[in-house]
Design a protein around this ligand. Structure first.
Ligand SMILES: Nc1ncnc2c1ncn2[C@@H]1O[C@H](COP(=O)(O)OP(=O)(O)O)[C@@H](O)[C@H]1O
Ligand SMILES: Cc1cn([C@H]2C[C@H](O)[C@@H](COP(=O)(O)OP(=O)(O)O)O2)c(=O)[nH]c1=O
Length: 202
């Protein structure tokens, strides 16, 4: 099963992805990865795209798409072919939430890029829904913010609206996980329930 984890910076994606990976990988049957940079050589690209030094407004998009095509070709595609579960923090829906709702780029062309590039489609996308102010307070505590985290609350509220809209468009693929101030274990219990309902008993 190809499962993507989505949500604003600081919503708890990485924490939950690690918990699911540890559960699924007991017999080595899973891969834990992320975007940007979840492939060999992707770290440099991650640094460039998160630096905030890009000049042309489309450069950021093209870098995230380059990262994703290589990530799909080198990591996601092969894992799926081998019959392994893929637990992926951020994927194409991050491009839609951040570059469309966040940066104001056009929705249809960016949405259609995934099909044009024949990118693997997730089986389930988990949206970790949280108040942007609470998520940002966590980001503030974990060290130097990246260029997106430096955009502040109003930007993150746009991203949150984007995720809510995307989840409403495809309710069969998306599952909304209410985070609030629930602890990681409570949230993970809901993650397991959602995946069991979607055919992955845990
Ligand atoms: N349910 C939770 N309650 C409180 N703090 C959390 C929770 N989940 C994660 N955190 C903390 O919030 C910060 C961001 O979590 P992380 O999983 O890195 O989020 P993301 O990957 O979405 O940015 C980390 O310091 C993490 O320890
Ligand atoms: C994958 C992707 C990420 N991003 C942004 C979201 C994040 O702010 C940043 C990725 O950094 P990341 O380390 O994933 O942030 P966090 O763990 O706090 O969620 O890049 C995009 O704007 N578009 C994309 O397609």
């Amino acid at each position: 099963m190809f499962i993507t984890f989505e949500g604003i910076d600081g919503c708890g994606k990485s924490t939950q992805a690690r918990l699911l990976f540890e559960l699924l990988n007991k017999e080595g049957g899973a891969v834990l990865t992320r975007e940007p940079g979840g492939w060999e050589g992707g770290g440099t690209l991650r640094d460039i795209v998160l630096s905030g030094d890009l000049r042309h407004p489309w450069s950021e998009l093209f870098l995230f798409m380059l990262d994703r095509t290589e990530h799909a070709a080198r990591v996601i595609g092969p894992a799926i072919s081998e019959g392994r579960h893929v637990v992926c923090e951020r994927y194409h829906d991050s491009t839609l939430a951040y570059q469309v709702w966040g940066r104001g780029m056009p929705f249809e062309p960016l949405r259609d890029m995934a099909k044009l590039a024949a990118l693997p489609e997730p089986d389930v996308t988990l949206f970790f829904k949280i108040k942007p102010a609470l998520a940002l307070s966590r980001v503030g505590k974990r060290g130097k913010p990246d260029s997106f985290e430096r955009e502040g609350l109003a930007f993150m509220e746009k991203i949150d609206r984007g995720y809510r809209s995307l989840a409403e468009m495809e309710p069969r693929r998306w599952a909304v996980i209410e985070c609030g101030d629930r602890n990681p274990a409570e949230i993970f219990a809901q993650v397991k329930d959602v995946l069991a309902e979607r055919g992955l008993p845990l």
